[in-house]
Design a protein around this ligand. Sequence first.
Ligand SMILES: Nc1ncnc2c1ncn2[C@@H]1O[C@H](COP(=O)(O)OP(=O)(O)O)[C@@H](O)[C@H]1O
Ligand SMILES: [Mg+2]
Length: 304
Amino acid sequence: MTVMNYTSLETSLTAVSRIKTFEENTPSEELRADGRTFEEPPDGWPHSGRVIFASVSLNYDTPNNTALVDEKTATTWYALNDISLSIPTGQNIAIVGRSGSGKSTLLSALARMTDVAAGSILVDGFDTSRFLPSVVRSRAFNIIPQEPFFFHRTVARNLDPFGTHSDEEMLTALEKVHLLDVVIQMGGLRAEIGKLDLQLSQGQKQLLALARALLAKSEAKIVLVDEATSSVDQHTARMMQEVILHEFGGPDKTIFAVAHQLRTVMEFDTIVVMEAGRIIERGRPSDLLEDPETAFRRMWDSQS
Ligand SMILES: Nc1ncnc2c1ncn2[C@@H]1O[C@H](COP(=O)(O)OP(=O)(O)O)[C@@H](O)[C@H]1O
Ligand SMILES: [Mg+2]
């Protein structure tokens, strides 16, 4: 099979996450690929959000996630190709690169949704493949869902499906995503979402989904966010990044954020630029931007 047979789907991390949760209800995940059982992580793991990728490669839909070989060119091809990256606690990482370059796969491997074929991923010094994927996910990761879908009747129920938050908490969350005035104008927390759905812009729906994520956020050390779409306007994208950095982040949190709009990544500590499954650049946003020779600068210029 050649590389060309693969459709470049824009797969989102949370979509994969849902499928995996479903799959994990079967016992097959209790056993590792080598037949050994998973270990239990030590108490308190991870106490910091230090992440190391050590020569990680993987592929989809091949035995043991190994390389695809393009018969025409006799080249091998991976979704992730020899990724090495060391991230200290408290860093905010923006992952950029064109569609199909491996951004979502990088997060998916980190969250143990896709097994690595070679190399290892360490969180606080522990190779996460030793632990059950669902355990790794709940202990180490706060995955911010992005889908602007609303299933319940009222604004309140959509923000807080399990009814565990007070009105005040919901209003505070709305305020943080700059939607408080809009929601109050449209009838408040008990207003029917159907009406809002018609009146809200795509960007506002995205912000409402973020308010829901804020209310549901866990205290896990590593925050993952795979920007759902490149179609959100720049103003909204910037507001969302601000909320993500300031509400989900912090000195003891590590953030990995896939970003489509380069104008929103200047506040991050580090930018990782991906291409064809590899990291081709890594650095501070201002350093990458000032150098006219970088891929980041070329992408930046083409987005303006
Ligand atoms: N579930 C999947 N099955 C098969 N191939 C996939 C799957 N998800 C992604 N890929 C392929 O892996 C490569 C990297 O994809 P992805 O990580 O989604 O890139 P990005 O997020 O940068 O757009 C692409 O060639 C894509 O087609
Ligand atoms: Mg993606």
